[in-house]
Design a binder for this molecule. Structure first.
Ligand code: SAM
Ligand code: DTB
Ligand code: SF4
Length: 353
């Protein structure tokens, strides 16, 4: 239900000029506005924690210039067949035990094949039984595939728009922007929650970053989850030598995403390992409230879990779903799951008001 505040702040008619004007505001004004909006919709000291697993690695036929998994670039990646369900479940149990509340499974596919669907359905069912939220990112989905995954109990589907419609052709030629929008529409129509965002630092202009945010914010329902990735420059990919984006411009993008999609979780996504703690702290101040946790993203590395928990502790941040009285997820919880004691031991035992 929309209240008066929502109807003013939750908009779907953003223009690129407005979005660009946000990105170009004085930094303090922009971050202050983002934090003020953030506080109207979220606990400012809580961050959602997801863990990623690559269930099928490498040998992807697509030509995404940023991606180490494309078969077209020699990145030295060892390709792997589809992981066995037992192996996925072992990883999911470990993720739950170390504090993640969502488990995201990614495959280096253009789109899933018919023969893969029973395996994917079974995987969703079993991971859900562990009390974790489930997310998949498998490439393009047709309506009936999205429905099959939704019926299996999948919670989220990740499919990024990556950049603006204008810049997209510089980065990917094997599928178009409209293909991506079609998949997002199919995912939404199936009743799945949408996770969609992009990558910063691919040589795009501020107007392209503004254009991406407009595409996301003007969807008929805002994506529930908006991953803002900093390009991980992988040797062998065409973007390996791209100039590093000013971290403050990355923070600006997070702040504008927070302002334009106030109720969405904005994820400080790939690229954290290359960021210092202060940049990450600024991202949380600008309204980021989700991270990928665990030593690995899909194929590249991520900060060690203990380093993240130390940062959370220094910032007085609690992982979402762990505060007393806020325990989420379906029972039964796995043995050793920190949610059994509210996560107090593992994460955070100071009181922040
Ligand atoms: N193959 C599927 C697809 O492309 O939709 C799913 C997996 S794909 C690796 C998921 C997303 O990871 C991409 O859309 C892209 O946004 C992100 N990604 C891939 N390589 C990246 C990199 N080097 N740096 C930052 N993000 C990256
Ligand atoms: C997203 O936006 N970022 C994640 C997830 N969705 C699938 C992937 C990041 C991948 C980074 C490069 C790699 O580890 O291969
Ligand atoms: Fe394939 Fe996805 Fe990588 Fe593109 S981003 S090359 S579709 S794995």
């Amino acid at each position: 239900m929309m209240n008066a505040q929502d109807s003013e702040l939750i908009r779907h008619n953003w223009t690129v000029e407005e979005s660009l004007a946000l990105l170009q505001r004085p930094f303090n004004d922009l971050v202050f506005k983002a934090q003020a909006i953030h506080r109207q919709y979220f606990d400012p000291n809580t961050v959602q924690v997801s863990q990623l697993l690559s269930i099928k690695t490498g040998a992807c036929p697509e030509d995404c210039k940023y991606c180490p998994q494309s078969t077209r670039y020699d990145t030295g990646l060892e390709k792997e067949k589809l992981l066995e369900i037992d192996k996925v479940l072992r990883e999911a149990r470990a993720a739950a035990a170390s504090g993640a509340t969502r488990f995201c499974m990614g495959a280096a596919w253009r789109s899933p094949k018919k023969k893969d669907m029973p395996y994917l359905v079974e995987m969703v069912r079993e991971v859900k039984q562990l009390g974790l939220e489930t997310c998949m990112t498998l490439g393009m989905l047709r309506p009936e595939q999205a429905q099959e995954l939704a019926d299996a109990g999948l919670d989220y589907y990740n499919h990024n728009l990556d950049t603006s419609p204008e810049y997209y052709g510089e980065i990917i030629t094997t599928r178009g922007y409209d293909d991506r929008l079609d998949t997002l529409a199919n995912v939404r129509a199936a009743g799945l929650k949408v996770c969609s965002g992009g990558i910063m630092g691919m040589g795009e202009s501020p107007r392209d970053r503004a254009g991406l945010l407009v595409q996301l914010a003007n969807l008929s329902v805002h994506p529930e989850s908006v991953p803002i990735n900093m390009l991980v420059r992988v040797a062998g990919t065409p973007l390996a030598n791209e100039r590093e984006l000013d971290p403050l411009d990355f923070i600006r993008t997070i702040a504008a995403a927070r302002i334009m999609m106030p109720r969405s979780h904005v994820r400080l996504s790939a690229g954290r390992e290359q960021m210092n703690d202060s940049t990450q702290a600024l991202a949380f101040l600008a309204g980021a409230n989700s991270i990928f946790y665990g030593e690995k993203l899909l194929t590249t590395s991520n900060p060690a879990a203990n380093k993240d928990m130390e940062l959370f502790q220094r910032l007085g941040i609690r992982p979402e779903g762990y505060a007393e009285g806020q325990l989420g997820g379906a029972e039964p919880l796995p043995v050793n799951c920190p949610r059994r004691d509210g996560g107090k031991q593992q994460f955070y035992d100071a009181t922040v008001n």
